[in-house]
Design a protein. Structure first.
Length: 141
């Protein structure tokens, strides 16, 4: 397989996986970035809007709209950071915690589907991390 076939296949897998995930998240009336944001808030005890934006690759203005939508739906709330009152950390509400559990099930089902096919999961994950790190280094140039 030549390199263009590899890149094409990775792109196709990405598009198909993202599409499948988006379809499953529609029943929760969430898009992928909203769902990932909820999971990040659930994972980290202290995280702010900017940190989430950095992790998912969205601009500050875009993140502001995304967080407002989650706040309006009653999934999250903001609390002042103990070290800097100007900074606000994001937390899940009880409703947000429930939806995070449902979202995690959707992500886990996609992961399970992939892992059922793989023979050597650890090796693939290691190689994918190497690729991601190489891309990050190239971004910094």
């Amino acid at each position: 397989m030549d390199s263009s076939q590899t890149a094409t296949m990775i792109y196709q897998i990405y598009k198909l996986g993202t599409g499948l995930l988006a379809k499953r998240l529609r029943k929760h009336k969430l898009n992928v970035d909203q769902a990932v944001s909820v999971l990040l808030i659930a994972k980290y005890n202290k995280i702010n809007q900017q940190e989430i934006g950095t992790k998912i690759g969205r601009s500050a203005a875009s993140m502001s709209n995304l967080m407002k939508s989650l706040e309006t739906r009653g999934f999250i709330f903001r609390i002042p950071d103990s070290r800097d009152d100007r900074e606000k950390n994001l937390k899940l509400t009880a409703v947000g915690t429930k939806i995070a559990i449902e979202i995690k099930k959707e992500f886990d089902s996609i992961s399970d589907l992939i892992e059922d096919i793989l023979e050597d999961r650890e090796s693939l994950v290691s190689e994918l991390e190497n690729i991601r790190n190489q891309f990050r280094q190239m971004e910094d140039l």
